[in-house]
Design a protein around this ligand. Structure first.
Ligand code: OGA
Ligand code: MN
Length: 299
């Protein structure tokens, strides 16, 4: 088997995985990489040279690839490979080659605004700016586990409505109208505490802050409770911030992490290719427990 080494990064989450060329991973090495992902929530694999078909082939080993159909504003070029979303600020012939520009990307979990949000997302770096554009991750097992008991009682059994209208850079998605009342924002509701189907551990599931609404509360109560949850969930000690190099592949688990991107100077090019896997319908399962090993270490 190819040698696989796993080096945890921040106390809360993240690991660097060294496994050599991803195109040549045998089944046992792939299983070790996959295990590292479940154990560390987000993994970084450096030094890769992948074509789009190779990135797609690797993605298929992680799970059923998803086409993230709503990840477009209508202002960017059609995707040459429907499985691959280009995340970039680059313009060609007056047209954006991808999404999310050079903006700050607010904390979120990918595609929480769908009935079946994504399990994994993987971002592969082709061009990176000299500074800025770092991507941060936060451990939502840990956020749940350390939540103030009084706050926790207020969310138990509750669901959150996840708005589909805007992407995490604040751009209106193709075909949607601006939201004026969060209760009318289009999107599915998911439990605020969900059980990860593979690890069996419970995590806080917040999606994204703008236009979120906790069902059954007044708008004022929902806003106040969401602000308290978000202040807790994005505490620095729950995070790990990754600085990009060309050839990095980052894979994260949307069922138990949120991520954020710093803005960067739009005078530089940043080009990332993303693939993503279909996930389950978020649910709190009987037998869901606390004590994911990575959350225990940092708590
Ligand atoms: C994404 C995303 C962050 C980044 O692709 O889902 O949030 O670093 N990207 O570009
Ligand atoms: Mn994202």
């Amino acid at each position: 088997m190819n040698a696989v080494s796993v080096k945890p990064q921040a106390p809360a989450l993240g690991a660097e995985v060294d496994c050599g060329d991803l195109r040549a991973l045998d089944a046992a090495a792939f299983a070790a990489v996959y295990r590292a992902l479940l154990d560390n929530l987000v993994i970084r694999i450096r030094g890769q040279t992948l074509t789009d078909p190779e990135l797609i082939a690797f993605g298929k080993r992680l799970g059923e690839l998803d086409f993230a159909p709503l990840a477009k504003t209508g202002k960017e070029r059609a995707r040459p490979h429907p499985e691959i979303i280009v995340v970039s600020n680059v313009m060609e012939n007056g047209e954006a080659i991808g999404v999310l520009r050079d903006a700050e990307v607010v904390w979120h979990s990918d595609n929480s605004y769908r009935d079946r949000p994504l399990s994994y997302s993987a971002l592969y770096a082709l061009e990176v700016p000299p500074a800025g554009g770092n991507t941060g991750f936060a451990n939502m097992y840990l956020a749940l586990q350390t939540l103030d008991p009084a706050l926790r009682r207020r969310i138990e059994g509750r669901t959150l409505k996840h708005d589909m209208t805007y992407n995490s850079a604040g751009d209106l998605r193709e075909g949607f109208k601006p939201v004026s009342d969060v209760r009318d924002a289009p999107g599915p509701s998911h439990p605020i505490i969900r059980t990860h189907p593979e690890t069996g551990c419970n995590a806080l599931y917040l999606g994204r802050r703008p236009n979120a609404y906790i069902n059954g509360l007044s708008v004022a109560e929902s806003e106040e409770l969401l602000d308290a949850l978000w202040a807790h969930a994005t505490r620095e000690k729950f995070t790990w911030h990754h600085e990009w190099q060309v050839g990095d592949l980052l894979i994260w688990d949307n069922r138990c992490v949120m991520h954020h991107r710093d803005p960067f100077d739009g005078g530089y090019r940043r080009v990332m290719h993303r693939i993503q896997c279909a996930g389950d319908v978020p649910a709190l399962r009987s037998g869901g427990r606390e004590g994911h090993p990575r959350a225990a270490v940092a708590a």
